[in-house]
Design a protein around this ligand. Structure first.
Ligand code: FPP
Length: 244
C-alpha cells in the first residue's frame, strides 16, 4: 500500500546524549537516563498528536551490554519504571506498545513487564510505540537469513526465488505492514552514525541530526523536523521506495 508521499508514518529515533546531559549537570549517568525516559513520554504524545503511526525508539542495543554493570542494570530496569509510571497515559492516548529485540536475554522482571505492556495495549488503535530493546540490526538480519534458510531446507522456498520482500517479511518490523520502513530517522546529540540500527529498513529513509541531547529534544524540535521532512518531500517528489 503506497502511503501519501509527504506523510510521515514511521519515525525512528536514536536517543543519544543522556550521559552528556547528566555530566553537564555534574550528575551521574543514571540521572540522564531518567530524564531520557521522561522525554520518551513527551515525544510519544507529541508524535501521536502529529498523526505518526509508528515511533521506533532505540532504547538498548546489543552493544550496550558492554557498559558498566550498574548502568546496564539501571537501563534494564527503565522499562519497569516507565510502564509503572506512564501506562495510564499510554492507555488514555490509545498508544500500542511493541518491543523488538532479543527478549529472551532480558532479566525476568524486565521481560515480564514488556510482555505485559504489549498485551495490555494490544487492542489500542493509536500510535505504535516500538522500543528497540536488546536490538541489533545485524543480529536481526542473521535471524531473517536463518528463517529463510529453514524455508529453503523445508522445500518451501527455492534459493533463486528469494526476493527483497522475503527478507523484509522475515524482519521484526514486518508486523507494521505498510509502515514497516521508517520514513525519517532522527539522531540526537550531534553524532552521525547508524550504530547497527534498522540497517535494512532505513535504506530509503531521510536522515536528520539534531545537536540537542536527548533529554532536551522537545515537542518543538520534533515539530521542526517533521515540518522539514514534509517540505523536502513536497519539493523533491516521490521516492521510489522498495516494498520490502
Ligand atoms: C544513549 O545515551 C542512550 C541510551 C543508551 C539509553 C536510552 C534510553 C532511554 C532514553 C530511556 C528509554 C526508556 C525506556 C522506557 C526503555 P548515552 O548514554 O550513550 O549518552 P552519551 O553518549 O552522552 O554518553
Amino acid at each position: 500500500m503506497a502511503a501519501k508521499e509527504n506523510q510521515l508514518n514511521h519515525l525512528a529515533i536514536i536517543m543519544d546524549g543522556n550521559g552528556r546531559w547528566a555530566k553537564a549537570r555534574k550528575q551521574p549517568r543514571f540521572f540522564g537516563h531518567q530524564a531520557g525516559m521522561e522525554n520518551v513520554e513527551r515525544i510519544t504524545l507529541a508524535a501521536n498528536h502529529l498523526g505518526i503511526k509508528v515511533l521506533t525508539l532505540y532504547a538498548f542495543s546489543t552493544e550496550n551490554w558492554a557498559r558498566p554493570k550498574a548502568e546496564v542494570a539501571y537501563l534494564m530496569n527503565l522499562p519497569v519504571r516507565f510502564f509503572d509510571k506512564f501506562m495510564p497515559t499510554l492507555m488514555a492516548n490509545q498508544v500500542k506498545v511493541n518491543v523488538m529485540g532479543d527478549l529472551t536475554q532480558l532479566p525476568a522482571k524486565t521481560r515480564q513487564v514488556v510482555e505485559r505492556a504489549m498485551a495490555d495495549t494490544a487492542a489500542n488503535t493509536g500510535l505504535v510505540l516500538n522500543f528497540a530493546f536488546n536490538y541489533g540490526a545485524r543480529k536481526e538480519i542473521v535471524g531473517a537469513v536463518q528463517t529463510l534458510a529453514r524455508a529453503v531446507q523445508a522445500g518451501r522456498l527455492a534459493p533463486e526465488d528469494i526476493a527483497e520482500q522475503d527478507v523484509g517479511q522475515a524482519l521484526m518490523t514486518a508486523k507494521f505492514g505498510p509502515y514497516r520502513n521508517p520514513d525519517l530517522l532522527i539522531r540526537t546529540s550531534g553524532e552521525q552514525r547508524l550504530s547497527n540500527f534498522l540497517l535494512w529498513q532505513l535504506a530509503y529513509a531521510e536522515l536528520a541530526f539534531s545537536d540537542k541531547l536527548w533529554p532536551d529534544f522537545d515537542e518543538q524540535d520534533l515539530m521542526e523536523f517533521v515540518t522539514n521532512y514534509q517540505g523536502r518531500h513536497r519539493r523533491f517528489g516521490k521516492i521510489d521506495e522498495s516494498d520490502s
